[in-house]
Design a protein around this ligand. Structure first.
Ligand code: FES
Length: 310
């Protein structure tokens, strides 16, 4: 965990751009494009946000955070931060990394989903690698990052698309590409689903398409079961409409959580006995099949009892 200071705050439309640095000016832990950090905004209010600055910049972490009307507190608390405020953040973690072997990287960001793409574009440009970036927004007015993209050293690789003009032609964008292109998409679920479906229809292999989930609709309910936290020696009953995290908290055992939606991996725990019922979008299909790890914020058990390493 790091304690950083807000040294820059700029509002662009509904997006606040925050620049964080160490108060003593020391270098921050390195990150690669696509990484995020968790902001600890309040007790039990931890939210992951993509790093959108240049990964080569060791002094600053930059974030772009949308003010969300449906916010459960995270974006509002982030928007309330001011220059001089201190905040605790996690080390960077990357669940959306660039594929090193790609012949070309096609970045498609919608709305606030552009943030990881900015770091990706900076990294790809610095490495002299082939890429193009498509940014979809409702309209030019009020869209964040437009001037940054238009003035970037890679501006010739950027295409802007607006709902009221220059709409994205997904088929054309996905068709006219070099061999071994990898596609990265982040933004509204509708956009990510369209990219994934269109890419599959055009013959892209699943491993060529990467997406970053900011939120997922996850069904956490199901039949009750028992969990034994082996290290703590605590047994709990997880009721039908309760998560393992909630049941453990009632017994006084706190689990570190961030997204609470099976996305970020904060609550990943080893399974010692029993069969998990995976509900997350963090583990790969192979890892789920192995059955030796579980995300406690959303997943359940297929067996009557789970023993976990906690
Ligand atoms: S808290 Fe994010 S995966 Fe569980």
């Amino acid at each position: 965990m790091l304690t950083l200071q807000v040294i820059g705050r700029e509002l662009q439309g509904e997006v606040v751009l925050l620049t964080l640095a160490h108060a003593d000016g020391i270098d921050l832990p390195t990150f690669s494009a696509g990484a995020h950090i968790d902001l600890h905004l309040a007790e039990d209010l931890v939210r992951p946000y993509s790093l959108c600055g240049d990964p080569k910049d060791r002094q600053h972490y930059q974030l772009g955070i949308l003010k969300e009307n449906q916010s459960q507190g995270g974006s509002l608390a982030a928007h309330a931060l001011n220059v001089g405020d201190r905040i605790q953040v996690s080390d960077p973690r990357n669940l959306f990394a660039l594929e090193a072997s790609a012949g070309h990287s096609l970045l498609i960001g919608g709305g606030i989903g552009i943030t990881p793409m900015l770091a990706m574009a900076a990294e790809l440009h610095a490495a002299g690698r082939s890429f193009s970036l498509h940014y979809c927004a409702r309209s030019r007015d009020g869209a964040a990052f437009i001037s940054l993209l238009e003035q970037a050293p890679y501006a010739d690789r950027v295409q802007l698309h607006f709902s009221d003009s220059q709409r994205l032609n997904l088929t054309a964008v996905l068709t006219d590409v070099p061999a071994n292109t990898h596609v990265y998409t982040c933004g509204p679920v509708r956009l990510m689903d369209a990219v994934t479906e269109q890419a599959a229809a055009l013959g892209y292999r699943p491993e060529q398409v990467h997406q970053e989930c900011f939120s997922a609709e996850v069904e956490t309910g199901g039949a009750a079961f028992e969990v034994f936290a082996a290290t703590s020696g605590i047994t709990v009953q997880v009721l039908e409409n309760q998560t393992i995290v909630e049941a453990l908290a009632q017994a006084g055992l706190k689990v570190c959580v961030s997204c609470k939606q099976g996305i970020c991996g904060s609550c990943l725990t080893d399974v010692l006995e029993g069969e998990p019922d995976h509900r997350d979008s963090y583990l790969t299909d192979e890892e789920k099949a192995d059955g030796d790890q579980i995300l406690l914020c959303c997943s359940r058990a297929k067996s009557a009892r789970l023993v976990i390493d906690l």
